[in-house]
Design a protein around this ligand. Structure first.
Ligand code: NAD
Length: 491
């Protein structure tokens, strides 16, 4: 049960306490369950960002020199606090994002995996040392960059910040987060948890806001690296702007993920997989499957999919759409596909909202068949619970369709044939591939990151790749002189 609550005027989080913004502009945060304001957040300005940077500058020398075991101890404590408070955090995520409580908890658990990985950084950051020539040693260590920042989207208010925060700060950096102005509550709560975990003032800070803060982060001379997760359009802008000023940037963008389905696929698990991966989180995830490419006759699987979809309960199996604007945009794609000739197997428009949430932004599962690969619903990121089915005759054609899409986050194949699975996995143009898994998010320590227009920058955001992003390598080569005269007698 999601209860309506109004949290009033929110603040920034600077030096481990709530800090009023110096901006007079505030942004309204609407709960998509209720269509009603639940708080306002400051549309912060550059003075607010400068304050965060000044606080980070004060603590960086001490934090970066603190031994790695003490830094990772904060992550151990943070992990326990997250586990203890999962109900509270899930409730906040549900309220401002519209997820079901189960989805919200699942997303916290996935984010927590990165916290757990960060507790193992003493083993990774310890560095390497070897005797490379007579009397000469080489030592390599990971050194923090300094003050770094992250900009995050609305769809995973805790998990996506958790892709960044644990690795950035445990590696010795000071991190400034600009969360989505649509879903700011979870990040502020996690800031309180990090303080309780023993994180010193200024190591993790939040500056709420919108475009001005994002541009300020890209331009700030003291901010050394920027991680971004959001739409490809903004990812590209943030990447170009930050790197043109010599910053390190890793910007994850949007997606259009394809699932290739062949007739030999297992009926039940494939139908369930297609449904869960396209409708989970109401399709508002960058790993959501958006297109099913059916090769030859897959009608029995589609029939089973429809039966499964009819059992999907709004409010229990699927939450809301983030906003009225997003809802209208998604319905626009369905209307357009219908006009172009798509066969609507299941129509989520005009569904009855769950009791008590009549003013929320609801859309039911929608499945479109006989979709042409060139229609907008097949090519563009819809970011809603809409699955488009494209029919084709050969695996070759299926791969051409998958390869032609400009994104490259994920692709999946449903088959019982090892040969088909291997071939699709080899040929798909995506960073994360699923075999009989519709949402192939790698578990830690395997890193998360797509290809093509789903990512600007090098490397991935989690795993060891994430550690490399937030650190510089220092290589020390040393020759130790022969013992000098006064010491000779001791050898
Ligand atoms: P968005 O791009 O609108 O916003 C992301 C961030 O950018 C927010 O913090 C927002 O304040 C900021 N922003 C928005 N417009 C801006 C502008 N003009 N100038 C500067 N900053 C701006 O994305 P969203 O709607 O919050 O999230 C959904 C998108 O995120 C989808 O495209 C989804 O695929 C993508 N996403 C990608 C991944 C991934 O791992 N690749 C993960 C989650 C979400």
């Amino acid at each position: 049960m999601i209860k309506y609550q109004n949290f009033g005027v929110q603040k920034n989080w600077i030096a481990n306490r709530y800090q009023e913004s110096s901006s007079t502009k505030y942004l309204s945060v609407i709960s998509p369950y209720f269509g009603k304001e639940i708080c306002t957040v400051p549309d912060s300005n550059i003075d607010d960002l400068n304050l965060a940077v000044d606080q980070a500058k004060k603590i960086f020398p001490k934090w970066s020199k603190m031994n790695i075991r003490d830094r990772s101890e904060v992550m151990f404590q943070f992990k326990f606090i997250l586990e203890k408070n999962i109900d509270e955090l899930a409730q906040l995520i549900a309220l401002d994002n519209g997820k079901t409580i189960a989805d919200a908890k699942g997303s916290i658990m996935r984010g927590k995996e990165v916290v757990e990985f960060a507790t193992s950084l003493p083993a990774i950051l310890g560095g390497d040392s070897s005797h490379v020539a007579d009397g000469i040693t080489c030592t390599m260590t990971h050194e923090p960059l300094g003050i770094v920042a992250g900009i995050t989207p609305f769809n995973f208010p805790a998990m996506v910040p958790l892709w960044m925060i644990p690795l950035a700060i445990t590696s010795g950096n000071c991190f400034i987060l600009k969360p989505s102005e649509q879903t700011p509550l979870a990040a502020l709560k996690m800031a309180e948890y990090l303080k309780s975990a023993g994180l010193p003032d200024g190591v993790f800070q939040i500056v709420n806001g919108s475009r001005e803060i994002v541009e300020g982060i890209c331009d700030h001379p003291e901010i050394k690296a920027v991680a971004f997760v959001g739409s490809s359009k903004i990812a590209k802008i943030v990447y170009t702007r930050s790197t043109s000023l010599g910053k390190r940037a890793l910007c994850l963008g949007g997606a259009k993920n394809h699932m290739i389905v062949v007739p030999d696929a297992d009926l039940n698990s494939t139908a369930k997989g297609l449904l869960a991966s396209s409708m989970g989180s109401a399709g508002q995830r960058c790993m959501a499957a958006s297109v099913a490419v059916g090769v030859a006759d897959i009608d029995p699987i589609i029939d089973q999919l429809i039966d499964e979809a009819k059992t999907f309960v709004l409010g229990k199996d699927m939450g809301t759409i983030i906003s009225k604007v997003a809802l209208d945009r998604i319905i626009g794609y369905i209307d357009e596909a219908e006009k172009m000739g798509a066969k609507i197997l299941i129509d989520g428009r005009n569904v009855k909202p769950p009791n008590g949430y009549e003013d929320g932004y609801w859309l039911g599962t929608t499945i479109l068949d006989n979709v042409d690969p060139d229609w907008p619903c097949a090519k563009e990121e819809i970011f809603g619970p809409v699955l488009s089915i494209i029919r084709t005759d050969t695996l070759d054609n299926a791969m051409k369709i998958e390869n032609k899409n400009p994104y490259g986050n994920a692709a999946a194949v449903f088959t019982t044939s090892g040969e088909v699975a291997k071939s699709i996995s080899d040929l798909s143009s995506a960073g994360m591939v699923g075999i009989n898994i519709g949402v192939p998010v790698p578990r830690e320590p395997y890193s998360f990151g797509g290809w093509n227009e789903s990512k600007y920058g090098h490397g991935d955001i989690t795993g060891e790749s994430g550690v490399r992003f937030w650190t510089n390598l220092k290589k020390v080569t040393a020759r130790w002189p022969e013992s000098s005269e006064p010491w000779k007698k001791y050898f």
